[in-house]
Each structure stands twice: as C-alpha cells, then as structure tokens.
Design a protein around this ligand. Sequence first.
Ligand SMILES: NC(=O)c1ccc[n+]([C@@H]2O[C@H](COP(=O)([O-])OP(=O)(O)OC[C@H]3O[C@@H](n4cnc5c(N)ncnc54)[C@H](O)[C@@H]3O)[C@@H](O)[C@H]2O)c1
Length: 387
Amino acid sequence: MDKIEVGVLGAGTMGSGIAQVAAQSGHKVILVDVNESALEKAKKSLHAITSRLVEKGKWTEAFGNEVFGRIHFSTQLEDFAKTEIVIEAIIENIEVKHKVFEKLEKIVSNECILASNTSSLSIASIGSVLTNPERIVGIHFFNPAPLMPLVEIIPAVQTSEETTDFSKSLIDSWGKLTVLAKDTPGFIVNRVARPFYGEALRIYEEGIADFATIDWAMTELGGFRMGPFTLMDYIGNDVNYAVTESVFSAFYYDPRYKPSFTQKRHAEAGFLGRKSGRGYYSYAVDAELPEPTVNESLGQVIKDRILCMLINEAADALFLNIASKEDIDTAMTKGVNYPKGLLKWADEIGLEKVLSQLQHLFAEYGEDRYRPSPLLKRMVREKQTFY
Ligand SMILES: NC(=O)c1ccc[n+]([C@@H]2O[C@H](COP(=O)([O-])OP(=O)(O)OC[C@H]3O[C@@H](n4cnc5c(N)ncnc54)[C@H](O)[C@@H]3O)[C@@H](O)[C@H]2O)c1
C-alpha cells in the first residue's frame, strides 16, 4: 500500500490514537481539531507516547522521531486538501457530523475517501450530505486504537465497492484485523456484546447473585478477562448506559436491548466506575473488593445464562447478514477479548443445548428478550453446526 497522506479530524481519545497508528505505518498524517487546547494536548500525549516507546526499547530513537515528525497538527480543515482519506473522530452528534462532512467535501479532492469512526450513528445518514456519497465509509476503531487489533469496516448503502476495498486494504496494511459489518446499530461488537452487560444486570436485579459473584462466574467459569460489572466500571456506567440506550432506541425499542434501571441509577448517582472512584465497586485506596459466593452450581447457571444470550445475539447477527460467521467471531475475540468466538463456542456446547436454555428462559419469563434466533432453531432442526 502506498504511503498516502492521511487526514484525521478530531484530536481526542480516538483521533490521536488513529493518527499514531497511521504515522507508525509510514503515512504523513494531518491531524485537525477546532479546539487549540485539544490539539496541544494531543501533541503532548503523542510526544510522550513515542518517547516512552523509545525509552522502553520498543522503537529506535530515529523511528520515534520519524513517527512523531510525520504528524502535522492543525486547526484548519483546508490542510486536508492533499489527503487521500480523512477519518473523522469528532463529537458523536449527527448534526455536527453533517456540517463537517459537507465542508470537508469542498476541501478534499474528488477521489478522497471520507470515513467516520462513529460508534452509533448511521453511515448512510452521515454520507447523505455528500455530493458524491460513494466515498463515505465507516471505519470503526476500538479504544485504545494503537493497541486494539480490531477495526470494523462499514459500507453504507451509498458506498462504492472501490471505497470499501481501498479502506479495508489500507487498514489491513496498518497491521489491524478488519471485519466487514452492515450499517446497522452497534455494527458487530456493540450489538453482540449487549447481553454481557444486560443479562448480568438482570441476574443481579432478580437477586440471583451479587456483582462479585456474577463477575467471578464469568471470569473463573466463563474464562472472560473481566467480569461484566468490573468491565462496566472500567468503561464508565454513563458511557455504557448511553450506548445501550442508543442501541435500544435505534432498534425501535426491541426488548432484547432494554437498558437497566440498576445501571441508570448508578450513573445518575455519579457512581460512574473507576473514573469517579465508585461504581458497582469502590475504588477508594483502602477499599476491599467484596468476596464472591464461590458456589460452582450457581456460577454455572449465571455463566450459561449470559453465554446463551450472547450466542443468541451472535446467531441473530449472522441470521440478519450483519457479518460473516468468521467476522462475527473475530470481532468478539479481537474487539472485546472474548475467550472464544461465540459461534465456535456454540458448536462446542452444542446448539441443541443453547437453544433449550433459551427456550427455557423464554417459557419462564414470557419476555421477548429471550426469543431464540430463528437461525438457531433452524440449525437445530437440520442438525447443523456453524463450522
Ligand atoms: N472513546 C471511545 O471509546 C470510542 C471508540 C470508538 C469510536 N468512538 C467514536 O469516535 C468519535 C470520537 O470519540 P472520542 O472518544 O475520541 O471523543 P473526544 O471527545 O475524546 O474527542 C473529540 C474531539 O473532536 C473535537 N471536535 C469536536 N467538534 C469538532 C469539529 N467540528 N471539528 C473538529 N474537531 C472537533 C473536540 O475538540 C475533541 O478534541 C465519536 O464519534 C465516538 O463515537 C469512540
């Protein structure tokens, strides 16, 4: 892949990480932010990161200087004039994104690809303001962008094949693992992962177990790197709640994605997680983490319930052609570090067993959130496996 000039708009958490990844891969990067102080902060932090990598011996001094030297900081959109792709990572607000993309198209060349790193907005809507909407594409990195290997590539209905192919090859050449996802709410990861939080919260609300016990079941018995409550505290309950709410409304209030009052109240109380010193757990210096109830059979019930809900979500994403089975599994192992791809895991457990757990929950609660995916039902009937 040629070392083209890459534009990154927005120098916040994601924008500065994306700029680093592009510069590391040898591209000249133009990093633009309207806010001088945000730009200054990004400059300092990128300088600190490159210096640290040199100090640790991961990079030579010359390479560190080269990478930092390739990033040009600016407050002017006009500096994107020579770029061949611009990746936007500004505030998550559709009106603001519309205005910015309209302006951007007047500055860049006719061939320049315009990409958005949005987590929750529709790529089709962002592209709707363009005169040439074939150049719009979603390129969704995970935080922190330099460390997380996964990138979701999201063609909109307007996107040309050339735009998608070019974007995919470019991001692959940056050493990332790309997956293709349909332009639907949450793409792959933020859709399929919902039950990890939602079902854990529901189990807590029913009084089946406390936070520590649910976390213990998912890490010790499920092999997940972090339990759901530890992870929500890490992400921030305000942020995680907002994503759930936005996915829920974007799916026309499908009860499967219904947010939880427990999380809402924690967010309202300012119990945001690590960043506020308290979430589901206390992060005070002298705080002791609560002990889980180490009960193997209770733990299995919790783990199986959350896991079968996750598998159902993954199967339904496949049923609705959101992505291929390989991409759905890669997305969850590389984007959110799940110990196994959910569809591969389903094969190992046995689809019949997964379906029967879901049918049991559906019969018990009579709630639509537990409805099994038609694909699972069909596959069990036809004695199929995913792989
Ligand atoms: N934070 C995450 O974990 C994460 C992960 C994946 C995707 N995203 C998406 O990436 C985008 C950016 O998120 P973030 O967390 O980096 O936000 P952030 O708040 O850290 O940074 C946004 C930056 O955009 C700048 N900005 C705002 N309006 C602008 C404009 N009109 N022109 C130029 N710059 C402008 C701000 O000054 C700020 O520096 C959002 O669309 C978000 O949904 C975030």
